[in-house]
Design a binder for this molecule. Structure first.
Ligand code: ADE
Ligand code: ZN
Length: 343
């Protein structure tokens, strides 16, 4: 209907998208065949029988960890620079169809370097997809390098050093590409943000932007910890913020953007249904947020599906959508000129 067209045509910015989360069962099998490997490489799992059985496995996740176990396993199929570029391109073509104009996308170098893939292969493959997206689709983008919080902080330091040594933090003149920011993802509860303070302080000194997953499954102290110790400018998910009104007031005052992922929250059972994501509360209280897809190959939809699911659950007005879209543009890590083009 016409509201669907309205949502489709909104100039979208995406801030919470894991490029590895675009690895669909069909692309997994395609890459595994190309690379001549049998999945999974370590142990036998019946869900790797076929594309269909893997799709079936992805229909239900008990929680974040249950999903992450699948997510890391499938990555064994992704090996060469061309594979990473193909995975990135899978994202950008679909995002383009959904009306994404600017994307700040996560990648997890450690989930590849830990299995022997060179850091440079990962960054250069994903970066090639970003370059191509700008040239062919007009989508501007930036890469956000995430540390895996279930790994020791010493491993994060090694990853940081790889990026520094490779010159991947050096912004080229007039072009905001290569790695623009730091993120923190993977298993949340028990892996506190404070553990990664040293790398974030260094990142801040190097002029990098900073965000971290927080308040997805963890309590609000994971959000305040990311603000206080990691100097985060954004919080990824942040839906548990409603448990702490004082912290909510601080987020409003400091204009911290939350990158909310409604379909992800349902699939990982952080909420029972989209209507439980505190969209209405955030709008009423003046909490700024963007709506994002997180891991679209796993959670049944890219960004437009998330916009539509929110509309179905909350029946927002066009004015409310304009506020959401404006906050998404203004909360992006791009120059004023690009923002003005999108506003
Ligand atoms: N890695 C990929 N998706 C994630 C999520 N939703 N939370 C934490 N880590 C992730
Ligand atoms: Zn995420």
């Amino acid at each position: 209907d016409s509201f669907h067209n309205f949502l489709a045509e909104l100039p979208k910015c995406e801030h919470h998208l894991h490029l590895e989360g675009c690895l669909s069962p069909s692309l997994t099998f395609k890459l595994a065949a190309k690379n001549n490997i049998k999945l999974p490489s370590k142990e036998k799992k019946p869900e790797y029988e076929s594309v269909e059985t893997l799709e079936k496995r992805y229909e239900h996740f008990d929680n974040l960890q249950d999903f992450l176990d699948c997510y890391y396993l499938a990555l064994d199929a992704v090996i060469t620079k061309e594979d990473f570029e193909m995975l990135g391109w899978e994202y950008f073509t679909t995002a383009h169809a959904d009306g994404v104009k600017h994307a700040e996308v996560f990648f997890d170098p450690q989930s590849h370097t830990d299995r022997g893939i060179p850091f440079a292969t990962v960054v250069e493959g994903f970066n090639a997809a970003c370059e191509r997206a700008e040239k062919e689709l007009g989508i501007t983008s930036q890469l956000i390098m995430c540390f895996l919080r279930h790994l020791p902080a010493s491993k994060a330091a090694t990853t940081m050093q790889s990026a520094i040594d490779g010159g991947y933090f050096n912004q080229q003149q007039g072009k905001d590409r290569v790695i623009a920011g730091l993120g923190l993802d993977s298993s949340e509860v028990g892996f506190r943000p404070e553990l990664f303070k040293e790398q974030y302080v260094l990142g801040k000194e190097l002029g990098l932007h900073r965000t971290a997953h927080g308040g997805e499954e963890g309590d609000p102290s994971y959000i305040s910890g990311a603000l206080d110790s990691l100097h985060c400018e954004r919080i990824d998910h942040g839906i548990k913020l409603t448990q702490d009104p004082e912290l909510l007031a601080r987020i409003v005052k400091e204009e911290i953007l939350l990158t909310v992922c409604p379909l992800s929250n349902v699939c990982l059972q952080a909420v029972n249904e989209v209507g439980e994501v505190p969209i209405r509360k955030f709008l009423q209280e003046g909490v700024k947020f963007s709506i994002n897809s997180d891991d679209p190959a796993y959670f049944g939809g890219y960004i437009l599906e998330n916009y539509c699911a929110v509309q179905k659950a909350f029946n927002l007005s066009k004015e409310e959508w304009k506020v959401i879209v404006q906050n998404s543009i203004n909360g992006s890590w791009t120059g004023q000129q690009r923002k003005d083009e999108l506003l």
